[in-house]
Write a protein that binds this ligand. Structure first.
Ligand code: TXA
Ligand code: MG
Length: 370
């Protein structure tokens, strides 16, 4: 039967299926269907877990004010118990319920950058359950711009606690398929609105210190925050190109292994000709040892390599394009069962800073400068 002749009922059925008990529902990214959002919101209100798209990565959501529901997030993800969860809101009013002593400059950031990929660390209020912020006196809050995310938060009428919807330590999910790979059977629902647009997580900025400090570079570039705020610090760990002591970790998440593919990984940074030369050398050495080698290359140098698997990150002049591809490619390389991943570094500017932060962490700071 031609697709156009199929009944509404069969179209609906083809748009939802169960995978190991997890309901996987397609939803329109521009005009999220009310009936679908209602199913997901009902699940949130009942204390269940719903994975949903944001503009950065897919999040694993629960009612932020329900400690039992938030506890399920930690179990489903196998998340370390000392890593606080970002709370997502659809209205600025909620910020003033969840946080105390919100500085004027934080209010200005919300007006300028929300909805969008910026998480503000503020003083928490007593409304927030301990487990959501793992007992800290601060809370991370953001208003996502994704229409499905906003509709879900509004319809749930509670703030939604949501870390990235991956198993702890794995690359963040940029598609519903990635969420299913990691969490099918562990969560109630995943709303599928296609691939996320930004592809790396939000920028986390601490507004409780005298000078705002970026704890994690992300979807909102450092340069934009700098020109808006005048003064902003980059936490040493956020900019690190080598391992930094965990005692200096302001954001508990900083000290855990992240974005990690199963293969050993190396990042080669420097001038492009030298990067290419060094990666070709490494490739030959590893292949001589009988190892399967995967390369993450930019478009400009893609054809220079002769490895088992070569993946295109995008143009080195388009960090945003690379950000959108990065986590998917790390997962694809895992599927190819490569033994070693060698990645080209790019300039740490704009979204390039977030890209390099994720690459370096994924490589466990196995960095070669050429
Ligand atoms: O784009 C994003 O931020 C995505 C989407 C789903 O919104 N979420 C996300 O969450 O990346 P997660 O849990 O994977 O990363 C949150 C980061 C962690 O490094 C955590 O330690 C930090 O934010 N964080 C959360 N609350 C904090 C707090 N109160 N103080 C310091 N760091 C905090
Ligand atoms: Mg995460």
């Amino acid at each position: 039967m031609p697709v156009s002749r199929r009944s509404a009922g069969s179209r609906l059925k083809s748009a939802r299926k169960k995978v190991r008990g997890t309901l996987w529902i397609k939803v329109d990214s521009e005009r999220p269907q009310t009936d679908i959002i209602r199913i997901a919101a009902e699940t949130i209100r009942k204390g269940g877990l719903v994975a949903f798209p944001t503009e950065t990565v897919y999040g694993l959501g629960a009612d932020a004010l329900n400690p039992t529901a938030v506890a399920k997030i930690f179990t489903a993800k196998e998340r370390p118990a000392d890593n606080p969860i970002i709370v997502h809101v659809a209205t600025k009013k909620d910020v003033y319920k969840l946080a105390n002593d919100v500085p004027d400059v934080a209010e200005k950031l919300m007006t300028e950058f929300w909805p969008g990929p910026l998480t503000l660390i503020l003083r928490r209020s007593s409304l927030v359950p301990d487990i959501t912020v793992v007992g800290l006196d601060t809370i991370g809050i953001r208003m996502p711009s994704n229409k499905v995310a906003l509709a879900l938060i509004r319809e749930s009428s509670v703030p939604i606690a949501a870390p990235s919807a991956n198993l702890a330590g794995r690359p963040s999910p940029t598609t519903a398929q990635h969420v299913i790979e990691d969490l099918a059977g562990r969560i109630d629902v995943v709303l599928d609105a296609g691939p996320t647009s930004i592809g790396v997580e939000s920028t986390v900025i601490d507004m409780t210190s005298s000078t705002p400090q970026i704890l994690r570079p992300g979807g909102t570039p450092y340069e934009k925050l700098k020109s808006f705020l005048g003064e902003v610090e980059l936490h040493p760990i956020a900019a690190a190109n080598r391992r930094v002591g965990v005692l200096r970790a302001r954001s508990p998440g900083m000290k855990h292994r992240h974005y990690a593919p199963r293969a050993e990984m190396i990042v080669v940074e420097g001038e492009l000709d030298r990067i290419v030369g060094r990666i070709r050398q490494f490739t030959a050495l590893y292949m001589a040892e009988g190892k399967k080698v995967g390369i993450l290359a930019t478009d400009e140098s893609l054809s220079s390599y002769d490895a088992d698997v070569v993946k295109a990150l995008g143009s080195r002049n388009d960090a945003a394009g690379i950000a959108a591809n990065l986590f998917r490619l790390l997962r694809e390389l895992d599927k190819e069962k490569v033994d070693v991943i060698i990645a080209e570094g790019i300039a740490p500017q704009g979204l390039g800073l977030a890209v390099m932060n994720r690459l370096r962490i994924a490589a466990n700071f196995n960095i070669i400068k050429v």
